[in-house]
Design a protein around this ligand. Structure first.
Ligand code: WT7
Length: 568
């Protein structure tokens, strides 16, 4: 029997108080996600249950019980407090998927500070703009990422503490740097958790838009109410499950459903901190007997590419429920997973801004391959007209995905950018920035984004950020960045550039520019192809028309460019 039971029953008279009651939360109470994910689970008699089974390179394993993660959270919280870090200060987590990342997440929340997780493959520039915007006070990182922090430190006056979790040698550290070795630190039993309330800030995730710098999506502790119930009803986690979320906590899936969801339910989860290969993933599932697996379409397509042969070499019979998020899950991938694993991947749709799953397929629901499914109970979603912002009362018509504001995990604002936040609302609806249609049975069908943001393998990349970074290269005069189709990642970054006088187009220069972007921004933002142009298509007012280049890449009709010009 699934946790949700009957979807039809649950949408009738739905109220978020269902979740509040299960979490024993009442309006006005203290609510702290760090406590809910560890102390509360211990108090419920699961102190000795495994919370985390971790595996790194070379098969190194580590295991933590709920009591271990409770104590580690206290220890890290105490360490931060002793440095002078206070509630609402921003603390960046800049680590690979090592246990300290997950444990620090709890520690930072327990002192009421705001967690700012950043993808550890980010280069200096990506790191800098996000730390500057958040005025981050402390960063917890690893030796291998220290050089990136050191290079930008001078430009970040708010950054007072650099905490290194794997500095075991006696080599002296530099200014502002301290080492925190969890294995040597005495565990802290007695700890006063900061009494955060529903609206206290909790997690700050950065997301990329079409224009301007990345925006910090501000979440609050009350988001737990959504994250707990969506994990329970959609991912269907039950007491004996062994769960694996393949997302990195640098992105929202890795925190909402890679930390908060499973741990607030007292579920054992597994983390694999190695690179991707079909064999390594299947071996991991077999070894830990994973039962519920939450992944992404690009990973599934990569597994499809590896074929059925590796699947046969492993015993994957433990798997009982699969879900996916981040980008369109094509019908072929759903059908393939049904064939090889005996169960389909169920698509779920949401965003950094929504904080929790919004449109989804539930266990037991009829799956229509290629559809994202239906609204989560309590979520009022519709398709609105792109000009009037009024909901369509016609099935199958393509418009913008819109949600009635008010679910618990909804972002509260963009950090230091409330103007941009307000712009997301039209006619009383929150606009997700995606296009879709609804069918007669209320299933949503994704069409595409309503902006120029590139979704590469489930990660959003801003063309603006890449274009700006390209202009910092000595050879580049002008740049335009668009998505290019890709078999596995759906979209990859492609750049069109014109060169400054004195530079000549060559393969060597292309490689140099690619690497420049990889180091400055990240491997995800690195163009997979650079095309040299004599000039870029522009409007009369001189704005570069990305859409012409985009249409060319996707083999679409360019249409009437004079209207394109008017729109610019
Ligand atoms: C954007 C949000 C929250 C998960 C990680 C991504 C796209 C997300 C789907 C889906 C088609 C999807 C949308 C959305 N997206 N899920 N099931 N089908 N597209 O979070 O980085 O904030 O990206 O990812 O375009 O707006 P994010």
């Amino acid at each position: 029997m699934s946790n949700i039971g009957s979807y039809e029953d649950k949408i009738k008279n739905f109220d978020w108080s269902i979740s509040e009651k299960e979490l024993n939360y009442q309006d006005g109470n203290i609510i702290n996600i760090g406590w809910y994910c560890s102390d509360r689970i211990c108090q419920m008699g699961k102190a000795d249950k495994l919370a985390l089974q971790w595996e790194g390179f070379g098969g190194v394993e580590k295991k933590y019980t709920f009591n271990d993660i409770r104590l580690a959270g206290n220890t890290i919280g105490t360490f931060l407090r002793n440095l002078g870090v206070k509630n609402e200060d921003r603390v960046c987590l800049f680590m690979d998927r090592i246990p300290e990342l997950y444990l620090s997440f709890l520690g930072v929340l327990k002192i009421g500070a705001v967690v700012q997780p950043l993808f550890s493959a980010f280069g200096d520039e990506s790191l800098h703009v996000r730390l500057e915007n958040a005025q981050t006070r402390a960063i917890i990182t690893q030796k291998k990422h220290l050089s990136k922090v050191r290079r930008i430190l001078d430009k970040l006056p708010s950054l007072e503490h650099i905490i290194i979790v794997d500095h075991y040698t006696s080599k002296p550290l530099q200014d502002k740097e301290v080492s925190l070795n969890l294995e040597k630190e005495p565990p802290v039993e007695e700890f006063n958790i900061f009494p955060t309330k529903a609206e206290s800030p909790s997690v700050l995730h950065y997301t990329s838009g079409t224009t301007g710098q990345p925006k910090g999506v501000k979440h609050v502790h009350y988001s737990l109410i959504s994250q707990y119930l969506t994990t329970k009803w959609v991912l269907d986690l039950q007491d004996n499950d062994i769960y694996w979320c393949t997302a990195d906590p640098g992105w929202v899936t890795g925190t909402s459903y890679g930390i908060i969801g499973p741990w607030s339910l007292g579920i054992t989860q597994c983390v694999l901190n190695t690179g991707f290969s079909a064999e390594a993933w299947y071996k991991f599932i077999e070894k830990y007997r994973i039962t519920v697996w939450y992944s992404a379409p690009t990973a599934i397509r990569s597994l499809m590419k590896a074929g059925q042969e590796p699947v046969r070499n492993f015993n994957l019979s433990s798997l009982r429920h699969l879900a996916s998020v981040g980008e369109p899950l094509n019908a072929e991938a759903v059908i393939w997973s049904e064939k090889v694993f005996g169960i389909p991947f169920l698509d779920t749709y949401w965003q950094t801004e929504t904080g929790s799953i919004m449109i989804t397929n539930f266990p037991g629901m009829k799956v229509k391959p290629g559809s994202m499914g239906k609204s989560f109970p309590g979520i009022i979603s519709t398709i609105v007209d792109a000009k009037t912002f009024k909901p369509y009362n016609e099935y199958g018509k393509i418009g913008l995905i819109a949600f009635k504001p008010g679910w618990p995990a909804m972002m509260r604002t963009y950090w230091n950018n409330d103007k941009m936040f307000q712009r997301k609302f039209k006619n009383g609806w929150y606009l997700a920035g995606d296009r879709a249609s609804i069918d007669k049975e209320d299933y949503f069908w994704f069409i595409g984004r309503d902006d120029d943001v590139i979704n590469t393998g489930g990660h959003l990349v801003s063309p603006f950020e890449v274009e700006s970074a390209l202009l910092e290269h000595e050879a580049v005069s002008e740049s335009a960045v668009v998505a290019k189709p890709d078999e596995v990642n759906m979209e990859v970054v492609k750049a069109f550039i014109t060169l400054k006088p004195g530079y000549e187009a060559s393969d060597d220069l292309e490689l140099k520019i690619m690497n420049f972007i990889r180091k400055k921004l990240s491997p995800l933002a690195m163009p997979q192809e650079i095309e040299y142009m004599d000039s870029l298509p522009k409007t009369r007012s001189g704005k570069i028309m990305r859409r012409i280049l985009h249409a060319q890449e996707w083999g679409e009709e360019i249409g009437d460019t004079s209207t394109l010009e008017d729109e610019e």
